[in-house]
Design a protein around this ligand. Sequence first.
Ligand code: SF4
Ligand code: FE
Length: 488
Amino acid sequence: MRIADPAAYLQSLRRLRRRVFLLGERIDDPVDHPLVRPSENALAQTYERGGETEAEELLFASSHLTGKPISRFTHIHQSAEDLVRKVDMQRLLGRRTATCFQRCVGMDGLNALYSVTYECDQVHGTEYHRRLRDYLAWVQEENLVVDGAMTDVKGDRGKRPGEQEDPDMFVRVVDRDSRGIVIRGAKAHQTGAINSHEILVMPTTAMREDEKEYAVCCAVAADSPGVTFILGRQPSDTRKREGAPLDVGNPYFGSQEALIVFDDVFVPRERVFMCGEHDQSGRVVERFAAYHRQSYGGCKVGVGDVLIGAALLAARLQGVERAGHVRDKLTEMIHLNETLYSCGIACSARGAPTDSGCWMVDVLLANVCKQNVTRFPFEIARLAQDIAGGLLVTMPSELDFRNPEISPYLEKYLKGAGDGSALERAGVLRFIENMTVGCGAAAYLTESMHGAGSPQAQRIVIFRQAGLEEKAELARRIMGMTDRRKDP
Ligand code: SF4
Ligand code: FE
C-alpha cells in the first residue's frame, strides 16, 4: 500500500492541483485550511492502525485480485463475514472521530460497480468489468481515496433527466471518440470530495432508452482539468478559526461536503465503466444505495456511542448521574443505537453472492436499516440535549474563560458537581452542542436523514421488496380462503 499512514495521506492530498472554493474564495491549499483540516483528520483515521482490539482485522483485508493486504475501503466483499466486518470497521471509526470519516462512498461505489459491470458485459459484450478490475488493482496498490459520486443536482424534480429545460441537470456524456468521453454536469452533497484522490461518477436514477447519454459511470482524477469543488457550509463552521477550540466542541475531527462541477471533463476510455447501457443504470443505483444504507448501521452507531458517553459525562458533572429518569434516558439512547447496529449486522449476515463473486447485502434489511437511521439519531440527540440542559446553548465562550476580569465568576457559578470544573463542564456541553446543533450535526443528523437517500427513497424500496402478496397469501391460507389448506 503506497499510502501507508495518515501523514502520507495528507502529503498525497497536498500534491493534487485542484480548483477548490470556500466562502467565496479560491483556496490553493485546502489541506491546511482551518475550516477543512478537521475533515482530513477524520478521513486520515482510516489510514491509522490504532490500538483497538480487532482494529487490524477490521481495517485491512486480503485483496481477491492480488492476495496482498489492502485497506478494507478498497476491498470487494468476498463473504457475509466481510460485510459484517465492514459495519464493525465503520462503528470503530465513528467511535474514534464522532463524525463522518467520508471514505465509505467509494467502497460502496466500487462494490456496486463490480457486480454491475460483470453483468453488463454478459448482456452487452462490453469490457467494463476488466477495466474496473484494472482500476481497482491500482486503487488498492496505491491505497487511494475514491469519492462515490451519485447525487445529481436534478433541476426540476417533477421532470425526468431527459425532460429538463437545461440538459446539464444530470451528469451526461457530451462528446466521445476512440480515446474516451467528455462529461458535463454537477454532483451535489459530495461527502469527502476534496479529501479524495478519485471521483467515481455514477448515475443517480434508472435511465430510459432516450436518456442513454446520462447512463454513465467513470472514474475521474480529482485534479482533472474542468473539475471544480465548491465547499458547503456547516453550522458554526467559522468557530474553527476563532482561536477557541473548546467552542468548536470537536475541534480535531469534522466532516465536509462539496458541489462538484464537471465542466466538459475528458475521461480516458480505460476509466469508463458504463456509457449508454441504460438498462444497467438502475442496478448501479439500487446496489450502491443498499451498500451505503448498510454503512449507516455502522458509522452512525459509532458516533452514537460517543454521544451517549458525552451525555453520561454531562449528567455526572451536573450531579444527576444516579437519578432514575437520567438512567432511563441513557437506557433508551443505548436501545435505539443498538437497534441501528442490529440492522447493519442483519443486512450483512443475510448477504448473498452475486455472479461476479462480490457479496451483496440483503436489500430490504439495508433499507430498513437506513430508514431507522433517519429517525433514531434525532431521538438520541433529543435525549442528550434533555440530559445536558439549557446551558448547552447559553454557555459563554472559551474566550470568556480566558479573560481574567470575568473568569473567576464563570469558574464559581458554572462549576460542575464534585471535582468537576466549569471549564470541564463547558467542554462536555460544547461537544454535545457540536453533535446536535453545530458542525457535527451536519454529519450526525442531517446526513442521517438524507445521506444514502432521503427517507422516501427507502420507503419505496421497502414497499417493493416486502413480498406483500405473499403475506396476503399467508393470511388467506390460515383463514382457509385457498384450497391449499390441508387438514393435519
Ligand atoms: Fe461513511 Fe457514514 Fe460518512 Fe457515509 S456517512 S461516508 S457511511 S462515515
Ligand atoms: Fe453519507
